[in-house]
Design a binder for this molecule. Sequence first.
Ligand code: ZN
Length: 499
Amino acid sequence: MRKKILSLMLAMICLFGAVCPGAALAADDSFDQEKYLEARVSHVETNSYKTDVTLSEKEEALDRKLAVWKAEYLESCDRKVPYNMPVLTDNNIWGSKLYEFCEALPKGSDLHIHGMALMPFDELLSFVESRDELFIGTGERNRYYLAFHEDPAEAAEDEFPVLEALELGLINLDDLRVQWTVLGADDYDGTVWDWFETLFNKHMALSATPELIEAYYRNAFRYYCGNNIFHLEVRQLFFGSHDEALANAKAIRNAYYEVRKEYPDFIASVVGTGLKYTTLDRSLTDMLLDNALYIRENLKDDFDPDNIHEFLIGIDLVNEEDKSRPLIEFADQLDKMKKENPDLQIMLHAGESLYAYSDNVIDAYLLGAERIGHGLNLYRFPEIMELVREGGICLEVCPISNQVLEYVEDLRGHPATEYLKRGVPISICSDDPAYQEHATLTDDFFSAIVCWDLGLAEIKQLCLNSITCSGMDDLQREELMQSWQKQWDTFLNDLEAGV
Ligand SMILES: [Zn+2]
């Protein structure tokens, strides 16, 4: 009977893809359980997450606490853990000790985040309320759209300051939260991506003038510093003439300088970004990339005049990948830009797709991308995945974005776990927190810890990767690493003291 049960177990193990323990079976077909379990432990070990981190005694103690907080959160869900991570709505997540840990975590850098989608809803709403030149449409034709009027007398009859519209009951807060985030996709007649893009249109007025852009970024940068994120590489589209593009880039840099005076460890850089939708006129992409080069040439990070750095560090191309021109169509253009500007970094969105036929990761690799945005389907290209690992090319993994845009319904199935096991460098990023998150990066770390069962060694490695894989020059990277180390020590001490 015992033999029968064991045979059944083995058959099931083989069926579910585990290693068939051929070596554990003796010639007479008897089962050596001890040998089997020994082999199993060894296979589990070699197939676990790879990190270069060795935990100190203090870190090991925190790792044990972390395991308790993780278990407490899972228990609090009463066996209904929401692995789709509804971070925009679930109070149970925000109220947990594990979430508190993620808030306090010194996260290092956010290497993949889009300009004008930086602040989560509550923060964005406070900012909009604070600006006299911003109005919200309350009529049928313009409902929930922001409008910019330097002279309030120019506002249309159905446009009001947000606070006033809320007080008058013309809009309500819950509805606004739905209409300004991906929550609204549920009742939208179109794909989640279609809805997601309407959100950018609703907020277009936020970039009406360089002054407003500066104020927006100042607010956002302070928010990031307050949330233990001290470096950002912001993907930004620079529309208009050279002068207009430069004025907008200067506005972002001014905001950075101002916030750096308050937070001396803070560093911000931009990545000039083009578009690749098939429906767009290709000349728009040419204009955006040309503006990026113009800004790179004419605007430096000279906050410290003895150490002048690049402010625009790289270029990228975006849009819903499955509906966009493939990267190969931009290969000659990107190659030319790189040859003419050898230090310009290529940081390409690629692999934000579920499909095997979508092979942009091959082009991103061939074009010399220093980092790959998402890389979600890289695992479908094993040879490229190995080259990416060998080359230390970092994947900017955005868990919440991938989930809300419906690439991965249950985050336990995210391929990042595969990359972590294979030693492919990844960094945790937020993508578009304005529309997708409760708190930037905190949500992503929380989700990754719960859904991928991360321990402190992996978490520390991810924070370190965000700095080592950043596009800053060596001096800035060294500075940031030193300040991060101090933050990490304080974080450990605070948690040890139970702060
Ligand atoms: Zn993105």
